[in-house]
Design a protein around this ligand. Structure first.
Ligand SMILES: [Zn+2]
Length: 107
C-alpha cells in the first residue's frame, strides 16, 4: 500500500483541511511523492476514514462494520480482524524462530 511505502520511506502523510499533507526529513527520489500526488483523492479518503486502510475499499458508515483509529483512518471489521491475526501469527513466528535460532547458537 502506498501509505505503508510512504511511512517506510520516512514520510509523514496526514489529512488536514480537506487536503493531503506530506512532510519528510529526507529527500524522496523514487517517485513516491508523485504517486501520492496522482492518488491524492484515494490517499485522503484513506487518511480520513472513508476507505479501509487494509483493503482500500470504501467504508459505508451508514451501516455498522467499521473500526476507527486514533490517526483518523478506518478499516472494515473483518479486514481489521484478519490484519490483527496476521500480526499475531507473525509475532508467534518470530518468537518460535527466534527461540530456535537462540537454541542453535547455544554451545
Ligand atoms: Zn477492508
Amino acid at each position: 500500500m502506498l501509505l505503508r511505502e510512504a511511512a517506510g520511506a520516512g514520510l509523514r502523510v496526514w489529512a488536514k483541511g480537506g487536503k493531503v499533507r506530506v512532510s519528510s526529513l529526507e529527500p524522496c527520489y523514487d517517485g513516491l511523492l508523485e504517486r501520492l500526488r496522482v492518488h491524492k483523492s484515494e490517499v485522503y479518503e484513506l487518511l480520513a476514514g472513508g476507505r479501509c486502510r487494509c483493503c482500500g475499499g470504501p467504508i459505508d458508515w451508514r451501516r455498522p462494520g467499521g473500526v476507527t483509529f486514533a490517526d483518523g483512518s478506518a478499516a472494515h471489521v473483518p479486514c481489521y480482524e484478519q490484519d490483527e491475526i496476521a500480526h499475531f501469527l507473525a509475532a508467534a513466528d518470530r518468537a518460535v524462530n527466534g527461540a530456535a535460532e537462540g537454541l542453535a547458537r547455544c554451545p
